[in-house]
Design a protein around this ligand. Sequence first.
Ligand code: S3P
Length: 169
Amino acid sequence: MRIYLLGFMGAGKSFWGKQLSQHFQAPFFDLDTYIIEQDGRSVNDIFTEEGEAYFRLLEKNALETLTEKYSELILATGGGTPCFHGNMDYMTANGKTVWLNPSIDVLIQRLEKEKDHRPLLKSLNNNQLKEFIEEKLNDRIKFYEKSLLQLNNDESLSVEVLIKMINHA
Ligand code: S3P
């Protein structure tokens, strides 16, 4: 089984992905980390030197490469992955899509501390960050909500519950 974890930056995709990987005995990948390893530059540098459109092509290629290579896979995608190049339909056709959707307040708390390595956030102050998250999430919901599973409140979420939900989905 392939499991694709989706959601906004800071949603906890890598955190849950690593735990699912242990349970399902399937390899875990973080799509950004894979892109960085392949390209040799940070996501920030790719955005600055090549622009976002180029990054989105690398992202699509990485998604397809990993999907073709592994029939068992837990993949933490980037926050924008489902929103470009038909990636959402591609993931739907190739595995189980799980949308991690914590509250905006939780996203803000996490992202205030981790803006710097994210090109879309690094120049924002904390007030701008809230506005950005609200707007971007609003634009992206139409992609995220195509997911097979939606998890809205990660404070009460446990790995056991997540596994049960995925197995029954
Ligand atoms: C992005 C999210 C990032 C990374 C890039 C763009 C986005 O991944 O792919 O900075 O468009 O939301 P994370 O969701 O892992 O931070």
